[in-house]
Design a protein around this ligand. Structure first.
Ligand SMILES: Nc1ncnc2c1ncn2[C@@H]1O[C@H](COP(=O)(O)OP(=O)(O)OP(=O)(O)O)[C@@H](O)[C@H]1O
Length: 702
């Protein structure tokens, strides 16, 4: 992937002609072009407040271009969209054109055109242009063109290219983080291969018929959903390097912002309207956050629309916004709102990248990957075999996308059996984040599977607002044994350096699938690891502590950092440190002769006389795993170093009701070796000792 310079989102204004009602009412024009540079089309436009307002104000706005009723859509295409289409088709860029504006302002007219007046919309002109460019290239390259069409209706994504008889339910799509880019991935979206302009237009028309439309007082054919029509253009050249590029072009026709008083919406339409306005206000928030210099958190996850547009606003896509307005004074407030929105958007900077790869390089990468995975499979096969013989486990099924390299930590603990058995099988995640799927078998042998909504094993954790989190560690705790079990998971919001830590708590009745709830802080209590604690959470546990206010014992979530404790009690952030508890209960701090400090994790230390696995913090608070051999003089010889992003472990609880013990680690850890066994030791004095097999070095831990 080649990176280019950043560029701002281009913003064009399109003002429709007066409509019939406005003509009948002798509406007055409130918009005027002040300046227009004929060469680069930059313009200043003036918006004048209506006479009915006490103070008449003229406001000036600068944009990349302005089009009124004298300009057909073709002009917009020639001035701005054509070069974008060419960049996407021939150079592998991603491009997005989105139309924004109040209801009835001409968004669909601009994007889809109008058959009655035989005015083509941008989508059909662009489709034609893509195929013409390919023809002109004399087929030196091999092109594959696909199209997709979706809508967001009432905060749900629907595939518009599914057969007519499919129900709304079956056309529902899910958004997932795309691990390989800053954007999102839409699972199961239909991508149709297209070989001609007509075929592509046919799919476009097919989708048009499926999109949700309605009639309001403001617009007879009002879009009740946001739609996105996408073209994917892949090309591969035939030379030895087999250069491969993939461009994607999106046309987004947003539903219009509406006022109930003007549209006369009621019932279902009022509900639609509320959802439309909510998602547009989420988009507004994202735009505002992106242009504020001191904001680190961009609330992309507040709505489906903002997640869908994540890469187009503030990402790696070349983006053009077309803000549609009405010329009439009657719509002054809405027009002012749109122009402000558009003006803010103009300050957003994207960093477009060329999506390319040489097949030659790709093949080499694949070959190395296959070799590495073979080694993993060979080693884990042996363990899988012994695992199934001893406890008869069901095979864990992974999402196809992640099957090759998904971490699976698995632990079983049986009260009835004299032997405490635990087997842990891991493979490396192809995601950039740590993943853990698990089957927990409690002391009563009840099985809880952690599933997401589609009954797939969890890959990334989502809360009830569809916010996704990076998994850090987990812990099981039976707070109220009679009624339900809670699993508490420590998570980190994805992609945000200064992210907060919270827990997701899942309640379940026995035998029911767990439902994840962001029970804890709702993102209000943020533990800024770098600022507040100046440290990284290394592991955590649930322990009984004394509530300082009530003096009664209470269960607390205790987060351990390399330097102190953080106690979270009853979901309230209680105290920062607990100095009278020795830190060495959980960490052994080793100081090397050179002055280097090692923090010994409780899970990975060795009971064999002189071998240790320890974590060393570097200046960036990244952990490195060291395999250390203690020599006779108790100094340390560092003979192996493995990158570890974070490591979290749970303590083996003393509580009789909690005979489960979990192992978790980041995926970086998993490549030290994917197999981990915990078995009963024969000798009495080693009854609680477990074995961990790391790269053929047998280590032990308690
Ligand atoms: N550039 C234009 N030239 C002529 N008529 C136009 C133009 N733009 C819009 N109109 C008229 O305005 C009407 C409403 O336009 P359109 O349906 O495109 O609005 P919209 O912004 O997509 O509304 P909604 O958000 O409700 O879907 C059209 O039916 C057409 O009559």
């Amino acid at each position: 992937m080649l990176s280019n310079k950043s560029e701002s989102v281009k913003v064009l204004i399109r003002c429709r002609p007066f409509n019939q009602t406005e003509i009948i009412n002798h509406s007055i024009k409130c918009i005027d072009i002040q300046q227009l540079d004929n060469k680069n089309r930059q313009c200043t436009i003036k918006l004048i407040s209506p006479k009915r307002y006490r103070r008449r104000i003229s406001r000036l706005f600068r944009f990349d271009s302005f089009y009124d009723e004298n300009h057909p859509t073709e002009h917009i295409f020639q001035d701005f969209i054509q070069s974008l289409v060419s960049d996407v088709t021939l150079n592998g860029y991603s491009g997005t054109v989105f139309a924004y504006g109040q209801t009835g302002s001409g968004k669909s007219w601009t994007m889809a055109g109008c058959q009655c007046q035989s005015e083509n919309g941008l989508i059909s002109i662009a489709i034609e242009n893509v195929f013409n460019l390919i023809h002109q290239s004399n087929y030196e390259h091999e092109f594959t063109i696909k199209c997709a069409y979706l809508e967001i209706y009432n905060e749900e994504l629907h595939d518009l290219l599914l057969p007519r008889n499919s129900s709304k339910l079956s056309s529902r799509l899910e958004l997932r983080e795309n691990p390989r880019s800053s954007g999102v991935h839409i699972t199961n979206l239909t991508w149709k291969n297209v070989y001609s302009i007509d075929e592509c237009l046919k799919f476009k028309r097919f989708g048009d018929l499926a999109r949700t439309m309605g009639s309001t007082q403001m617009n007879r054919d009002s879009s009740r959903s946001h739609t996105m029509f996408s073209l994917s253009i892949q090309y591969q050249n035939n030379s030895e390097t087999k250069l491969f590029r993939q461009g994607k072009l999106n046309f987004v026709d947003l539903a219009g912002s509406e006022r109930q008083i003007k549209t006369g919406a009621s019932g279902q339409q009022l509900l639609e309207s509320a959802k439309i306005n909510l998602s547009l206000s989420a988009l507004n928030k994202v735009i505002s956050s992106l242009v504020q210099t001191n904001t680190t958190h961009i609330p992309y996850r507040d709505s489906k629309l903002t997640r869908l547009l994540q890469d187009s606003i503030g990402g790696t896509t070349k983006t053009i916004m077309i803000a549609c307005i009405s010329p009439s004074e009657d719509n002054y407030d809405e027009t002012l709102c749109t122009l402000r929105y558009a003006s803010r958007t103009k300050n957003i900077r994207n960093t477009p990248i060329i999506n390319e790869n040489s097949s030659y390089v790709l093949l080499q990468q694949y070959a190395e990957e296959i070799q590495r995975l073979r080694a993993i499979i060979n080693s884990s096969n042996i363990h899988m075999h012994s695992l199934s013989r001893s406890v008869g486990l069901n095979e864990t099924k992974f999402d196809d996308q992640h099957s090759l390299k998904t971490i699976c930590d698995r632990q079983i603990s049986s009260e009835n059996s004299p032997a405490t058995m635990a087997k842990c099988q891991r493979s490396v995640s192809c995601q950039t984040m740590s993943i853990l799927t698990a089957t927990v078998i409690s002391s009563t042998q009840t099985t809880y599977d952690i599933h997401d909504k589609d009954s797939k094993q969890i890959i990334i954790l989502f809360d009830e607002n569809q916010q996704s989190y990076e998994f850090i560690a987990w812990h099981s705790c039976q707070l109220s044994p009679k009624s339900y079990q809670k699993l508490i998971i420590l998570v980190k919001e994805n992609k945000n350096e200064n992210s907060w830590l919270g827990t997701l708590i899942a309640n379940t009745n026995e035998k029911q699938s767990l439902i994840w709830k962001n029970h804890l802080y709702h993102r209000q209590h943020q533990l800024q690891l770098s600022k507040q604690t100046d440290s990284i959470i290394t592991h955590f546990a649930i322990e009984e502590t004394i509530d300082s206010r009530s003096s009664s014992p209470t269960l607390s979530l205790i987060l351990y950092t390399s330097s102190n404790y953080i106690i979270l009690n009853n979901n309230i952030f209680l105290s920062l440190s607990y100095k009278n508890l020795p830190i060495n209960n959980h960490f052994i701090t080793l100081k090397e002769q050179t002055g280097s400090i090692y923090y010994l994790s409780d899970m990975l230390y060795s009971l064999s006389k002189n071998e240790l696995l320890v974590f060393k913090l570097d200046q960036n608070y990244h952990y490195r795993l060291h395999h250390i051999i203690l020599n006779e003089k108790f100094s340390l010889e560092n003979n192996e170093q493995v990158d570890v992003e974070h490591c979290c472990c749970c303590l083996n609880s003393e509580n009789e009701a909690l005979k489960t013990k979990f192992i978790s680690s980041s995926h970086f850890l998993s490549f030290i070796n994917m197999s981990c066994e915990i078995e009963e030791e024969q000798e009495e004095n080693k009854a609680n000792m477990h074995l961990i097999n790391v790269d053929n070095n047998i280590l032990c831990f308690e």
